[in-house]
Each structure stands twice: as C-alpha cells, then as structure tokens.
Design a protein around this ligand. Structure first.
Ligand code: LLP
Length: 435
C-alpha cells in the first residue's frame, strides 16, 4: 500500500500503525486495508476518467464498509450475484449507480435487481432477454440494459481469467451474428431500453492492444446496429481487467495512460464509422483494491529443504516458511500460478537472504502463497510476514478448507485501525451443521 514505511526496529508501519500492534489487536492472519490508498486509487481513476463512469468491480472484494468508501468517492459498482447486490444495497450504494452482471442470473436475482432499481443490467444470453422481458412486463418497469459482447480477443493472461475469446461462456459472439441478433431483439422489445454495448476481455492485462481491438470491434457492431435500425446506442462499457504489479517485474499502466489510449481508439473508430462518441464506462476491480491491502501472517515453522537430489553440487536449498493461513485466504497462487512477494514485517534483519517459499497450513503441497522469495535466513517462528497486493480476489475467494475460519479485514487510516469484517470463528463454521 501507498502509506507504508519502516519504523522502529525495522517493523512495517502502515498509515501510522505498527503491524505488530495490528497483529496483537486483531490476530493473524489478517487482511490490512490502507483506506487512503483505496480512496486515492478511486480518485486517480475518477480524475483520469472525469466524464466517464467508473464502476468498481465488487467481485474483487466487497463488504459494506468498502461500498461506503467507494460510494463516497463517486464510484459506480459492478455486482454479479444476488449476494453482491445485497451487500451493495446494504452499504448504501445508490441503486442507479449499480450495474448487474452475470451469465446465469436467476429469475429471483433479476426480479430483485428490478425491484431495487439498479441502473444497468448487463444482458448475457437470449434466455436472459426472455426472462427480463417477462419480468419487466410483470413489474411494469423498463430496465436499462447493456449487451455483453464477446469480441473474440485472446487476452494475454491466465486462461481461467480471459473472457473474450470465442470458446467460453460469457456474452454474445460477434462471430456468427449472435450479438447483432440480440441487439436488434432488445431494440424491438418495448419494455427494455438498450443503452449500449459492453465488453470485458479478461483480467490482469498489461497489453492494452486487447482493449483497442475490443473497442474497435464493438464500435463496428454499434455501426451495424445504426445501419439496421437508425439508432446510435448512447453508451459503451469497456469492462475492467487492468493489471497491477504483484512483483517488481510487473509494469502496469497508470489510469491516465489507460484513459488516453482508450479515448484515442474510441474517438478514431467513431470518426471512421461516423458515429457520435458514446458515453464511456469502465470496470476496474483489481486496480482499485488489489494494491491497497496486504495480508499479515505469523510464521509457525521453518524448514530448510533440499532442492533436487542433493547429489549435484548445484542443488540448493529452499526455506519453507509456514504461515498461519494459506490457500484458504489466498487461492490465487495455487489456482492461477500467480506471483506474489513477501517481506519480513515485524523487524529488520541483517541475516543473508535465502531462497524461501511461503506456504500455508493446509493439507496439500500445492498450498503455496508465495512461490519464490528471498527472506532473511533468520526468519523464525513468531515473526510476522506481510504479503502485499492481496486486496483483490483473496478475501472474496477465501474458503474454509480444513475448517480454517476466514481472516478479518482491518481498515487503517491516520493511525486508527478499525475492524470492517470480523474474523470467522469455529462457532460460525459449526453453526452450519444441522445435526
Ligand atoms: N468487469 C467484468 C464484467 C468482469 O468479469 C470483471 C472480472 C471485472 C470487470 C473486473 O476485472 P479486474 O479489473 O478486477 O481485473 N479471480 C480472478 C479474476 C477474475 C475476474 C473476473 N471478472 C483472479 O483472481 O485473478
């Protein structure tokens, strides 16, 4: 996070608080959210996209307190389930600033979204057009919808988080004409108001050429719709997916750079197609909350393990530093082969750095939080280790594997720490067993 430094005895200090005090008060593992960092990232995006709507993608991390923060910062909010919608409303997000996503929204979810008056419903299938039409008639409302378009872009990211190539579940394909058919059908439906097109090509993307190709292709569709029906859709949502730096190897674009590039391609494509420039929106999740959080763990055991057979002089050793959480609070390393870094947080050390792997307490060898990191050779039980960049898709994808209760989230600001999501307890877990 932005507001970290090293304080007394080399311990990490965030927003004026020593991590040792945070650990003493809230226990470990704990997700520590630097609130000013989160807010400043909202402001950076809003400043770079002043005439656009910036939807925070709530799937990255959502709780009532964060909804309040982003609402105060003038953000919009993307939700993709009834549960996320419930948190958004409970946190006080004005419904007209909510966009409701999902490839398989249930009738109950759609009804709830209509009754709440969400601002946009992002329609994802023909079946959904039918459901929504019937519900809108039943409720006597005329929802504003965007059409999720599959633009056929191969985003350079992990296969599980790329979403715009043809062979996957989201949206209406351009290829084969599903997208234009869907758009015309919605336009013919008097109870639905088609506001625009939507595309999202994937997540943790650094190469902005994917966004450019995608913008070009949706605007070509926009021109086809105009040619077919004489209407120009007033809005265009280019989705999220902007990459962040997990390690020093990553080099993300700033919001200003993104804004400049996206606007340039939209402007030139609109000029080429003789279209009015639509009102733009984007949906960053990771780029807002990812860097604002670190996970604080306590070291339990440390083992030095031989790499290889030990017969080769080049064979080295690796320190396995076990912490009190693991794949239940950060599944991303195991699931996406994601890279993180780690740092000794409770003190300084002059010991030589050794190759280390930060692992969890779960019953499988894939339970790795940080694959490769150099940590001081004297890391020992009781030390605190911080893993930065865990704001996005860590707490929100956390599990209770091995009946490990999920960690709390503590927001820190101006020397004050406040619990915004409490730690789960064993009683919470047992409470689900009915016999
Ligand atoms: N908009 C839509 C329609 C999305 O599906 C997503 C992410 C976003 C926006 C936000 O993407 P972001 O800016 O956060 O990259 N669990 C995976 C990421 C899945 C992303 C799903 N959709 C991970 O841990 O990397």
């Amino acid at each position: 996070p932005r507001n970290t430094r090293r304080g007394d005895a080399g311990a990490l200090v965030v927003a004026g608080l020593d991590v040792r005090d945070i650990a003493a008060e809230f226990g470990t593992p704990v997700y520590v959210l630097d609130e000013d960092d989160l807010r400043s990232r909202c402001r950076d995006f809003r400043a770079a996209f002043p005439n656009e709507d910036v939807y925070y993608a709530g799937k990255a991390f959502l709780c009532r307190a964060v909804v309040r923060m982003i609402a105060e910062e003038g953000m919009f909010l993307d939700v993709c389930s009834g549960g996320e919608l419930a948190v958004a409303l409970a946190g006080g997000m004005p419904p007209e600033r909510i966009g409701f996503h999902g490839n398989n929204k249930s009738v109950a979810e759609l009804r709830r979204a209509l009754d709440a008056g969400v601002g946009r419903i992002i329609v994802d299938s023909f079946a959904e057009i039918d459901r929504l039409t019937a519900l809108a008639r039943e409720r006597g409302v005329r929802p504003r919808v965007l059409l999720r378009v599959t633009v056929g872009v191969e985003a350079h990211t992990h296969e599980f988080i790329a979403t715009a190539h043809e062979d996957q579940k989201f949206g209406f394909s351009l290829a084969g004409g599903a997208a234009i058919t869907a758009a015309l059908r919605i336009l013919d439906e008097d109870v639905l108001e088609l506001r625009g097109l939507h595309s999202h090509i994937g997540s943790q993307i650094f190469d902005t050429s994917g966004f450019e190709v995608s913008a070009r292709r949706v605007l070509t569709l926009q021109a086809q719709i105009r040619d077919a029906r004489g209407v120009e859709l007033p809005e265009l949502d280019l989705g999220g997916g902007f990459g962040i730096a997990y390690t020093t190897q990553d080099n993300p674009s700033t919001p200003e750079e993104l804004a400049k590039r996206l606007r340039k391609i939209v402007d030139s494509e609109c000029a080429a197609e003789r279209l009015a420039v639509p009102h733009l929106s984007i949906e960053p999740g990771r780029a807002i909350v990812g860097p604002a959080v670190f996970t604080l763990y306590e070291v339990g055991t440390v083992k030095s393990v031989l790499i290889g057979t030990g017969n080769d002089p080049a064979d080295g050793r690796r320190a396995y530093v076990s912490v009190d959480g693991g794949m239940s609070d950060n599944i991303r390393t195991a699931l996406y082969d994601a890279s993180y870094s780690a740092t000794l947080a409770s003190r300084a050390s002059v010991a030589e750095p050794v190759l280390a792997r930060v692992v969890g307490k779960h019953c499988e060898s894939g339970d790795i939080v940080v694959k490769d990191e150099f940590l001081p050779a004297d890391v020992q039980p009781g030390d605190l280790v911080a893993v930065p960049g865990t704001g996005a898709y860590c707490r929100s994808m956390a599990s209770n594997y091995n009946h490990v209760p999920r960690p709390p989230v503590v927001a820190v600001r101006n020397g004050q720490a406040r619990l915004i999501v409490r730690r789960e307890t064993e009683e919470d877990l047992l409470a689900l067993d009915v016999e």
